[in-house]
Design a protein around this ligand. Structure first.
Ligand SMILES: Cc1cc2nc3c(=O)[nH]c(=O)nc-3n(C[C@H](O)[C@H](O)[C@H](O)COP(=O)(O)OP(=O)(O)OC[C@H]3O[C@@H](n4cnc5c(N)ncnc54)[C@H](O)[C@@H]3O)c2cc1C
Length: 433
């Protein structure tokens, strides 16, 4: 069973509060990385620090739950490689641990003739990325697979699946704890600095020179620190003197849900043919492990980094986003897309119109507003979405002891085990573990 340190155990935790390596962030990336590191280095001591009372409750617990097969990404890119490897590792891990998943497949459906060349290009891309079992199918074959879906041609990816990523993340945490890792929740890291003197309770204060402080003024010490802080990865990086960029710009994705009595209309994942001019994949139909069907998400600028409601607002987060020139460059390049996403976020009927292109029988009375997630989108100052790893350290002595994972190639839930291997390689290289 997963044991997370609570207030009761906090006292004992602080009696022994030195670690060789501390990982900040109890999302799927931080937990997978902590797990990989402790399995490679069982003689070292490790801890995961998470600001919330529970693990994996932000991006890792609020996503579509799709095990992506790796079709979309530029051949040869890290994103493509990690997704294809990550999906295979994810299935293998779920089999080993008995975590339920469904390999329910995915159709990327062209509803207009003019989309066919783009669909064929995606097929070629998928083949170059070594995605398994891909094939182009006809309108008739679409209906055999998804009787309610209409389209002129589709790309069929039977290897795509669904899983509950929060369950996967909690399982990584269990593995980590079983071999001696410590998980401490309700610990919001607010400061990192080099120790000025040895703590009296530490056997060797010099050995653990990094002081990690939280919002309550409590501290623990370590030799090295790795941060995987998702929506706050840029802010944590700045604490140790890293540059302002890339900035995290939060994009909220709102889902709709099909009423339970209408879920029979969707068997697997149904996606549109993405428009390469726009940064996101478009609204899709996604079956969930609990039998429900989610529709969406859209992508609108969020006014709060962990704000899951339309009107959630944080002055700091808002100002941080709007003063960033990279955001405006992205916005100006995608004005029409941005406006229509905002419009669809406000008006359900507009969202339904999009969905009816694929399943004409869906009506506004079949759907309800559902949950939301906020994506940590790393943006460079030219307004480009950052696709690869961004590792950073910082300045001075502290910079040589910190590894900030400012961006990990998404879909980072699918790729988490492959990403963890790359982060562990980087940790070993930087810190000579
Ligand atoms: C709407 C949506 C749909 C998605 N769909 C899919 C999908 O279908 N398939 C897929 O593979 N991927 C999907 N993704 C992407 C995937 O969910 C993310 O890439 C992945 O969860 C990122 O994990 P993470 O650990 O980096 O971030 P997070 O899960 O956000 O974890 C970061 C953690 O750091 C903690 N933290 C932050 N600051 C501090 C601090 N100062 N001190 C201590 N702790 C801190 C946070 O509380 C959080 O728990 C989706 C994402 C979204 C938003």
């Amino acid at each position: 069973m997963l044991l997370v340190s609570s207030d009761v155990t906090l006292f004992f935790f602080f009696l022994n509060s030195t670690f060789d390596v501390v990982v900040v962030g109890g999302g799927i990336v931080g937990l997978a990385s902590a797990r990989e590191l402790i399995l490679r280095h069982p003689s070292l001591t490790f801890s995961v620090l998470e600001k919330e009372k529970e693990l994996a409750c932000h991006q890792s617990g609020r996503n579509s739950g799709v095990i992506h097969s790796g079709i979309y990404y530029t051949p040869g890119s890290l994103k493509a490689k990690l997704c294809v490897q990550g999906a295979a590792l994810c299935y293998e891990y779920c089999d080993q641990k008995g975590i339920p998943y469904k390999q329910c497949g995915k159709l990327i459906v062209a509803v207009e003739q003019e989309e066919i060349p783009r669909l064929k290009a995606l097929y070629e891309r998928g083949l170059l990325n070594n995605v398994r079992d891909l094939k182009l199918i006809s309108a008739k074959e679409i209906q055999a697979k998804e009787p309610f879906c209409r389209g002129v041609m589709a790309l069929d990816s039977p290897y795509t699946g669904i899983v509950n990523y929060r369950q996967v993340a909690l399982s990584y945490a269990e593995d980590f704890q079983e071999v001696g890792g410590a998980v401490l929740t309700d610990f919001e890291v607010t400061n990192l600095e080099m120790a000025k003197e040895s703590p009296s309770e530490s056997e060797d204060g010099i050995k653990y020179p990094v002081v990690v402080r939280n919002s309550k003024g409590e501290e623990i010490r370590c030799q090295h620190i790795v941060t995987c802080a998702g929506l706050y990865s840029d802010r944590l990086s700045e604490i140790s003197g890293c540059s302002h960029e890339p900035r995290i710009v939060p994009f909220r994705g709102d889902y709709l849900v099909l009423k339970p009595e209408k879920c029979y209309m969707v068997k697997g994942n149904i996606y549109p043919v993405p428009d390469p001019q726009f940064p996101f994949l478009g609204v899709h139909f996604t079956p969930r492990m609990d039998g429900s069907v989610w529709l969406g998400p859209n992508a609108v600028l969020a006014f709060k980094r962990e704000g899951y409601k339309l009107y959630d607002f944080s002055a700091r987060d808002f100002i941080d986003a709007v003063v960033y020139s990279g955001l405006w460059k992205l916005v100006f390049r995608n004005v029409s897309y941005g406006v229509s996403e905002m419009y669809r976020a406000c008006f359900l009927s507009a969202q339904v119109k999009q969905l009816q292109k694929f399943i004409p029988e869906v009506t506004i009375s079949d759907i309800l507003r559902g949950p939301s997630g906020v994506r940590a989108q790393a943006l460079d100052q030219d307004g480009n979405l950052v696709d690869d790893f961004v590792f950073d350290g910082g300045t001075g002595d502290i910079g040589s002891r910190v590894l900030h994972v400012r961006n990990a190639p998404s879909p980072a839930a699918t790729s988490s085990l492959a990403i963890a291997k790359m982060i562990a390689d980087e940790v070993e290289r930087r810190f000579c573990l």
